[in-house]
Design a protein around this ligand. Structure first.
Ligand SMILES: CSC[C@@H](O)[C@@H](O)C(=O)COP(=O)(O)O
Length: 389
């Protein structure tokens, strides 16, 4: 089986430009500051930037997944708050709108809260509105730097863990959704570990789940893997079982949108079935996430709010080239009869007993316990849960 896939590798290596347009950046234009997003709805066909000048535009970009992925949502929240402050919009209202734009990834509310606290503290300290806005922007930039550093540390810890678990090297990793530079100020979460393994010459194959219905694996992870020159193979989500049974998977690596205090992991829908498969086949199931994704304020998996997405994402295929990327009902190709009911949760929750280890920038937790998670987190931060804004 391995030889059959080696031929496909040549095609993926053909991409030589490994540099990615930043997923998000702050830019000072003559007409005022803006937040520039790489529009992820348009990938992989086009690298198009989306310029946000106000909070409603950013909230729409978050809803429609132009900007997505837990750590990047944290940055979008923090910079969005700063944008509101610098442009003189109602900052408290902006905070509320941004923080609840999507409910599951705790990083979004966390990023908003960090920038908002900096803004409020500056005002309390006697700063004027301009000074307070500058403080919010500096906090967003600090979170950005912290996120980039966290990526590098997760990659190093993750690679060490793989060496320990799989001493033979030459890993065949299965990943789900998209967790690379497109979701981070750095190189990402789970994908950053795959990248480290690749650079160490130890990545034999990255199995990429397409990730129905919005195809973050096919459109985004395959795009990043190709750019990095990785040996990767795309599969439909429901082909994962036969891959495990053929003995072709050494480890599963996924990110997380929220990790509850008991270690339950909310991540892109389809992660939980992979964890079940991994346990049955005695394969490690590794969750790679910064501590900003750990929410000690949410006691367990049942308390995590799972975002429900619109039905047209299931009943229609998006057409490449449609400006909205098929994000509006009726802009895709119908693949189900009109009026079909759908079940479209964006995430699922994996219980801690199915997670072999959680890899963070502060180290690796295995087995996953409530006390261990609390220790991994900074003592000064008692969870990222619901903020009072
Ligand atoms: C980026 S790391 C972890 C997660 O945010 C990622 O796996 C994921 O589920 C993203 O979902 P998305 O709906 O694309 O925002």
């Amino acid at each position: 089986m391995a030889d059959q896939y080696a031929a496909q590798n040549a095609a993926s290596v053909a991409h030589t430009d490994s540099s990615l347009v930043p997923a998000l950046r702050w830019e000072e234009l003559p007409e005022g500051p803006v937040l520039v997003l790489l529009d992820q709805r348009r990938l992989p066909s086009e690298e198009v930037e989306l310029v946000c000048t106000d909070v409603p535009a950013l909230v729409d970009a978050i809803h429609t997944l132009a900007v997505r992925g837990a750590p990047l949502l944290g940055l979008a929240g923090a910079y969005g708050l700063a944008l509101a402050a610098v442009r003189g919009f109602d900052v408290e209202e902006a905070a509320e709108k941004l923080a609840c734009a999507r409910p599951t990834a705790v990083n979004l509310a966390y990023g908003v809260r960090r920038a908002l606290s900096a803004y409020r503290n500056a005002l309390k300290g006697g700063a004027d509105l301009t000074g307070a806005a500058a403080a919010a922007l500096e906090e967003a930039r600090a979170l950005h730097r912290q996120d980039a550093q966290a990526s590098a540390r997760m990659a190093a810890h993750g690679l060490d863990l793989l060496k320990e678990l799989l001493p033979g090297g030459g890993y065949r990793m299965l990943t789900h959704c998209n967790t690379g530079a497109l979701v981070s100020g750095g190189t990402g979460t789970a994908f950053a570990v795959a990248g480290a393994a690749h650079r160490a010459g130890e990545l034999r194959r990255l199995w990429v789940d397409e990730t129905r219905p919005l195809l973050q694996g096919a459109r985004l992870t395959a795009y990043e893997a190709a750019r990095a020159g990785m040996a990767y193979t795309l599969l439909t989500d429901n082909a994962a079982g036969s891959l495990f049974s053929a003995g072709e998977v050494d480890a599963v690596l996924v990110g997380a949108d929220r990790i509850a205090a008991d270690g339950s992991v909310a991540n892109k829908v389809g992660s939980y079935p992979l964890a079940v498969l991994a346990r049955y086949h005695h394969v490690p199931f590794l969750v790679v996430a910064p501590t900003t994704t750990i929410d000690l304020g949410t006691p367990d998996g049942s308390a995590i709010e799972v975002e429900q997405r619109p039905g047209h994402e299931v009943t229609e295929f998006a057409v490449p080239g449609v400006p909205e990327g098929g994000s509006e009902a009726g802009t895709g190709v119908a693949v189900a009869p009109l009026g079909t009911q759908t079940y479209n949760p964006a995430f699922d929750v994996t219980p801690p007993e199915l997670v072999t280890a959680i890899v963070t920038e502060n180290g690796v937790l295995s087995p996953v316990t409530e006390a261990g998670l609390a220790e991994l987190c900074d003592g000064s931060r008692s969870g990222n849960g619901m903020m009072s804004i």
